[in-house]
Design a protein around this ligand. Structure first.
Ligand code: PGA
Length: 239
């Protein structure tokens, strides 16, 4: 819930001037009211596209205030972030609900950026591997293997989001490798290797390179630092 329309337009206009390095994909997660306008700015620029930050689990109906995949599609949006920790926390989105949302989005032809990650309490109790494993298994492991072509996982430890505290590259790599292992066991090496696993939580220009050089960290889900074009560009460039 950051930036007004004019701020968001200015930021997107700055970002499209930036040449996205070949092989890198930039997806702007935009609030619903501005999706169409920002999509117009971004459209046609190589390597940059736009995603919604949420969608409803039902295809349509009397759900006042909610946004469906059909609505998003009708304005040219085909990617959605699901299960961000803030939605899990404040909107009480459960693993079961996120399984439904994911199925609905995939059936509508969307690419899903699925967020997972543990709280500080869970990490301190040493249960973070099991916790993240359950999030992924309960929401995603009913899917057919073919669905994985349209899924990106974002591991975001809650204690690192918006706090300035970043997971160390080793902490992030260790859990990313664990997620990849789960995917290998369930869906095989090919799918596990082809699935992007992003790290999120206080990614900034100063730590991006160190995080992204790890074998199993394929990208970032960037919050605060994406609100400044120069910082975001520096993070993109660190690939
Ligand atoms: P942050 O946010 O980069 O500001 O920690 C990450 C996020 O919102 O997922």
């Amino acid at each position: 819930m950051n930036l007004t329309l004019s701020d968001a337009k200015a930021l997107s206009n700055d970002l499209v001037k930036f040449n996205v390095p070949v092989g890198t994909e930039v997806i702007l997660g935009v609030p619903h009211p501005y999706l169409a306008q920002i999509n117009d700015i971004v459209n046609g620029n190589v390597g940059i596209s736009v995603a919604a930050q949420n969608c409803h689990e039902k295809e349509s109906g009397a759900y006042t205030g909610e946004v469906s995949t059909a609505m998003l599609k009708s304005i040219g949006i085909h990617t959605v972030i699901l299960g961000h920790s803030e939605r899990r926390q404040y909107q009480k989105e459960s693993n079961e609900l996120l399984a439904e949302k994911t199925k609905t989005a995939l059936a509508a032809g969307f690419k899903v950026i699925f967020c997972c990650g543990e709280s500080l309490m869970t990490r301190e109790s040493g249960k973070h591997f099991v916790f993240v494993e359950e999030q992924i298994k309960q929401s995603l492991f009913d899917l057919e293997a073919s669905a994985w072509a349209n899924i990106v996982i974002a591991y975001e430890p809650i204690w690192a989001i918006g706090t300035g505290v970043t997971a160390s590259p080793d902490q992030a790599q260790e859990i990313h490798a664990h997620i990849r292992k789960l995917l290998t066991e369930k869906y095989g090496t090919e799918i596990a290797e082809a699935t992007s696993i992003l790290y999120g939580g206080s990614v900034k220009p100063a730590n991006a390179k160190e995080l992204f050089t790890n074998k199993d960290i394929d990208g970032g889900l960037v919050g605060g630092a994406s609100l400044k074009a120069a910082d975001f560009a520096a993070i993109i460039n660190s690939f």
